[in-house]
Structure formats: C-alpha cells, structure tokens
Design a protein around this ligand. Structure first.
Ligand SMILES: Nc1nc2c(ncn2[C@@H]2O[C@H](COP(=O)(O)OP(=O)(O)OP(=O)(O)O)[C@@H](O)[C@H]2O)c(=O)[nH]1
Length: 353
C-alpha cells in the first residue's frame, strides 16, 4: 500500500446499557483477536476512569480515555478526532492499528457517537458499525424503564445478547426473539462473558452498503426530534478514599442500596482484612460481584475508587454513607470480617476470558 493511499481503519462503536458487558466484550476481543491490532477508546461516565483502568494494560499505549462525561455530548467531533489521530498516526511509517473500538459509556446515545465517527475528518478511518451489548437477564426491566433502548437496537449492525449464563435456555430464546424483533436487520448473537467471535466485528470492511441503513444523511434528518439522552436522567458519584474500607460496613451499605442506584464499579481496599488483594466490584441492578486481584506492585498508593451511577439518588448522602464505611482500625483480630464480601466472589474459572 502506498503512503498516498494508506489503509483505512474501521472504527467500531461498542454501546449498550449500563453494566451490560461492554468492557467484558472489549477485553475478550483484546485477548482473542490474534494478529489484529486493536486500538481502544474508552468513554467513562464519571471522573474516575474505572473502565479505562479495566482495559489498560491490555493495550499499552493504544488505549486512550475520554473521561469525565459522555462523549456523545461533545459539541462536535473535534475532540474525538484528537483521539482518533493519536491512534491512527503511523509509527516509523508503519500503521500500528488495524481496527479501533470505541467503548461508549453505558448511557451514551449511540446515534450521536456514530454521527461523530461519520463526521470525523480523519482520512484514515472508516465507520465500522455499531455493536450493541444487551444484558439478557435485565433486558425486560431495562426496556421498561428506558424504551429508547429499542431504538438503539434498531440502529445496531450487531447485537450481542450477553449474560446468557444468567438465564435458562427458554428465557434466552425469548429474549433473543424480542431483540431480533427490535433489531430489524442486525445480526443477533448470544454470548456469555462477552465471548463473541472477533470476526463478527472486524471482518466488516464497511462500504456504502453497510451504511445504507444508517447513512450520514439519515443521522442528520431534521424531521426527527433529537432523542432524549439517557444521561440526562442519571447522576454519578465519584468516591475516592485513602483509608481502607471496613468490609462489614461496606456490605451493609451495598445490601441496603436503593433501586435507583443501578450501577457501581471500581476497586476497594479492605486494608488489613486482605492486604494482598484489591477487590474490583461490580453491581448491576441487584447483581453484585467482587473480583479479588493482587495489588499492582508499581508502588502506586492503595486507594478505594468507586463510581456509582443512578437515577433519582441523593448523591451527597451516598458520598457520606461511603465515607462512613472507611475505617483505619486494624481488622486483623477479626478473621470473619470478610465473609460477607466473599459470598459475592465467584469462582473465576467459570467466568471471563
Ligand atoms: N454472569 C455474567 N456476568 C457478566 C457477563 N458479562 C459481564 N458480566 C459481569 O457484569 C458486570 C459488568 O460488566 P462490564 O463489562 O463492566 O459492563 P459495562 O457494560 O462495561 O459497564 P458500564 O461501562 O458501567 O456501562 C461485571 O461484573 C462483569 O464481570 C456474563 O456474560 N455473565
């Protein structure tokens, strides 16, 4: 390929409601894309970049993060272009990236993101399609609360009905049927732990025909009202503590969390109760899991960093309640203190990659 005509890099938008499994899909792709070099752009909602932390390390320099807010609310595509330029810049005249995946925040408006990619002035990129991730176990509840999810599915090129392990076969088939009805012409696949065939995402070298259903003009049609943005209804709390969390107090907080607090993610330091591990935490609706992992040995300070996202929640009260869960008293004498946490640690062999 001559320098004047560099290869175009598909940009895939990976969207889906809060906690549906977007980061899990992205990490699966990073582990299973063999020779394909993936650049990732991660759009976190909230000031602490939990998703970027969960993807970083997989990619070295090829991950860039757009923190603190929703990419789809950027006034124009110029901010996105800065990141696309960074990823597509050749290194020593060699193109380092074959495909770019933008992981949208869980409340991003996919139509806006697609529009921004199509409007990019970067000549090296080409729109690579919209992938929507759906939580099979939460599908009905999410759609009831947010009917716009149906519209999002109608825009998708591929829908991954994730968390197949959380429903029985009959329920999985029912949800797949409902998603197919909403998704119109998109391919619909069932998955657990985001295990999709990367070919489904990267084999698409989109030309005119791919965008046929969702053209730039369609996206700019003025007769359709601007969609209500999901993030208008959601608020986030960013919590950081240098003092360890007391496991019992944190469990009491989590066990009594309100319905409106839909998503919690981040890392917890339980101090002397488990000095070797930090605990990645994920709550999605009523689902809660802890994932212990050794503290990075890079000398960085041990912090608890949490992002809480919810609708109609009292953010100041949440912040106060979390602050009340910290404790610098030594736990060493109380060997049972972690039991409540360990109930939510799943055998990792059944999960993930
Ligand atoms: N049981 C089960 N859990 C899953 C599956 N996929 C993801 N999870 C878990 O669901 C939680 C949320 O997954 P993420 O990949 O962080 O979801 P996300 O869509 O990136 O979340 P946001 O960025 O906050 O919107 C984590 O605890 C995952 O381990 C699955 O197929 N089955």
């Amino acid at each position: 390929m001559s320098k004047a005509n560099p290869p175009q890099i598909p940009v895939v938008v990976l969207a889906g409601f809060l906690g549906s499994g977007k980061t899990t899909v992205l990490n699966h792709l990073l582990h299973h894309s063999a020779g394909t070099r993936i650049g990732a752009i991660v759009n976190d909602f909230g000031a602490i970049e939990i998703d970027a932390m969960a993807v970083a390390g997989q990619l070295g320099d090829s991950t860039v993060s757009l923190g603190n807010g929703c990419l789809c609310c950027a006034v124009d595509a110029s901010e996105l272009d800065v990141y696309l330029d960074k990823l597509t810049r050749p290194v020593n005249d060699v193109h380092a990236i074959d495909v770019i995946v933008i992981e949208a925040s869980g409340i991003a408006e996919p139509q806006e993101l697609v529009r921004m990619v199509l409007a990019s002035e970067n000549p090296r990129i080409v729109y690579g399609g919209l992938v929507e991730v759906v939580d099979a176990a939460e599908f009905d509840a999410t759609r009831e609360k947010h009917p716009e999810v149906t519209r999002h599915l109608g825009l998708a090129d591929l829908v991954v009905v994730n968390k197949g392990d959380r429903v029985d076969e009959a329920e999985r088939e029912r949800v797949l049927g409902a998603v197919r009805a909403a998704a119109e012409s998109a391919a619909v696949v069932s998955a657990s732990y985001g295990r999709v065939d990367p070919e489904m995402l990267f084999d698409c070298r989109p030309g005119e025909e791919r965008i046929g259903q969702l053209s730039f003009d369609d996206l700019h049609r003025h007769d359709t009202p601007e969609p209500a943005h999901l993030h208008d209804a959601y608020e986030s709390v960013d919590f950081t503590a240098e003092v360890p969390m007391d496991p019992r107090r944190l469990m009491a907080f989590l066990d009594s969390r309100s319905e409106g607090l839909y998503r919690i993610k981040g890392y917890v330091d339980f101090g002397a109760a488990d000095p070797r591990n930090r605990y990645a935490v994920h709550a999605v609706g009523r689902f809660l899991r802890f994932y212990p992992e050794p503290w990075p040995g890079d000398g960085s300070p041990r912090l608890t960093q949490l992002v809480l996202i919810g609708a109609g929640v009292d953010t100041e009260a949440l912040d106060r309640e979390l602050a009340a869960c910290t404790s610098d008293a030594p736990h060493t004498a109380d060997e049972h203190s972690m039991w409540g946490v360990l109930r939510y640690v799943q055998d990792t062999e059944t999960e993930g990659f």
